[in-house]
Design a protein around this ligand. Structure first.
Ligand code: EPZ
Length: 415
């Protein structure tokens, strides 16, 4: 029951609504630790990673009720300050609880599982930022032990852009004494959403959406907030329509956050139209290849759409080049695509995708969340039936990838 069986050579027709964003929901759930009283979150995606984060919040003392996509969190009582291995195994993003726990309680003990298939996933920049704010941190057997009598504002410069480290610094700074400046901060929409949530709870944050954030410590109050839609899920479905052909509409799509992808789709000769919060894409001709894309921090082309774009470019009419600059090994899925007939040359930091007539359906295995989604696209494009195994990876971030593709007219089902 951890596989998806997909009928091949299908085009996509229909309309699908885009779910709430996993990568916005996770830091916002962590941020609820900072707020005494009730936090109500609407449009919270019902996915494995948010379920895990809610379990961690319960361990920290939160009382939580869930009704559909609305989560209500009461954080008056203080619970454990330790998140051991069994609780956080495999959920690296639990690390953003560190900043929130230090901000609220002045102490935290969090196990950190480290790397994964896409890269080593270091946390040196997280720890650098928290130490500069006054935390003292030691590490014993992958457990981070942090205390902070008083977090105090300072200027933190990030040598490289890091989404998680920026979020951890924000979470520790919003209740700190004085003012914190974060320079070379991440501008990802998920950082902007976290700032937007915190400002609606009374935080004082300036420069939101830029590389320099200025945060002045201030008390926070209960708040009701709606999680924004997920740009990577929207981008996945747009790329699926580009690769499989057809004519679809995405509703409640975060259009403003997809410019880098929309530009690439237009280079590939897809017809894309946006109207209010709806994106229409129609692909009824050969995909133009010969494009050169480099993944970068926002607003550049997102690394989380790299496997999906590679899959679609196997069908383009000329060689294309894709360079990955964010994660050092985000090509683990290539072997699975090659089992389907993809012809890809690997260079040091990038790949050249050579055109082939058609991917061939077969049995493949997801290596991580976004690569798993790419293999579902490959199965829809391929000739013959495919079976994508280890779908639990995909369910970490896609609320209902099977139901969504069925709404777009695709025959696929879980087995
Ligand atoms: C977030 O991961 C996302 N995860 C990732 O999405 C996304 O791919 C990534 O940002 C980049 O956009 C969540 O938001 C939960 P980083 P994060 O810190 O914060 C290096 C998905 O599929 N680095 O911006 O871990 C790091 O090695 C996931 O939804 C350090 O060197 O990413 C990487 O090369 C996959 N030291 C680069 O920075 C640090 O202390 C960017 O990583 C931290 C990061």
């Amino acid at each position: 029951m951890d596989s998806i069986r997909i009928t091949g050579k299908q085009s996509l027709y229909g309309e699908v609504e885009i779910q709430g964003s996993k990568n916005a929901a996770l830091p916002i759930l962590a941020a609820s630790v900072l707020i005494k009283g009730e936090v109500v979150l609407h449009n919270c995606p019902r996915i494995q990673d948010t379920r895990l984060m809610l379990q961690l919040l319960r361990r920290l003392g939160a009382r939580i009720t869930i009704e559909g996509h609305t989560v209500s969190i009461q954080n008056e009582e203080r619970g454990a300050i330790e998140l051991p291995k069994k609780d956080v195994q495999g959920m690296r993003s639990s690390i953003v609880l560190l900043g929130a726990m230090l901000g609220r309680y002045g102490e935290a003990v969090i196990y950190y599982p480290g790397g994964c298939v896409i890269g080593e996933r270091p946390i040196d920049l997280h720890l650098m930022a928290l130490q500069q704010l006054g935390a003292s941190i030691t590490i014993q057997d992958d457990c981070i032990i942090a205390t902070a009598k008083q977090l105090t504002g300072t200027h933190i410069h990030f040598p490289i852009v890091s989404v998680g480290a920026t979020q951890n610094a924000i979470l520790a700074a919003v209740l700190a004494k004085g003012t914190t400046v974060l320079s070379n901060a991440s501008r990802e929409p998920e950082v902007e959403a976290l700032c937007d949530f915190l400002r609606s709870a009374g935080a004082i944050i300036k420069g939101v959406g830029t590389r320099t954030l200025t945060i002045t410590g201030n008390s926070l109050h209960p708040v009701v907030y709606s999680i924004p839609p997920e740009r990577i899920v929207a981008g996945t479905y747009l790329l699926a329509a580009a690769g499989a052909g057809g004519d679809i509409c995405l509703t409640n799509a975060p259009i403003q956050e997809l410019n880098a992808l929309l530009h690439v789709l237009s280079l590939m000769d897809c017809f894309v139209r946006v109207k209010e919060q709806r994106i229409y894409i129609k692909t009824d001709r050969a995909l133009r290849g010969g494009i050169d894309v480099t993944t970068q921090a926002y607003p550049g082309f997102p690394t989380d759409l790299q496997p999906q774009l590679t899959t679609v470019l196997t069908k383009a009419d000329a060689d294309s080049y894709l360079k990955e600059t964010v994660f050092e090994q985000r090509f683990a899925y290539l072997g699975e695509l090659e089992k389907m007939g993809a012809n890809i040359t690997k260079q040091e930091h990038g790949i050249t995708i050579h055109p082939i007539a058609q991917l061939k359906g077969t049995v493949v295995e997801a290596t991580d969340l976004r690569a798993g989604a790419a293999l579902v696209i490959a199965g829809i494009m391929a000739e013959g039936e495919s079976l994508v195994k280890k779908v639990s990876f995909i369910e970490r971030g896609y609320e209902d990838i099977i139901g969504d593709f069925q709404k777009l007219g695709v025959t696929l089902f879980k087995e």
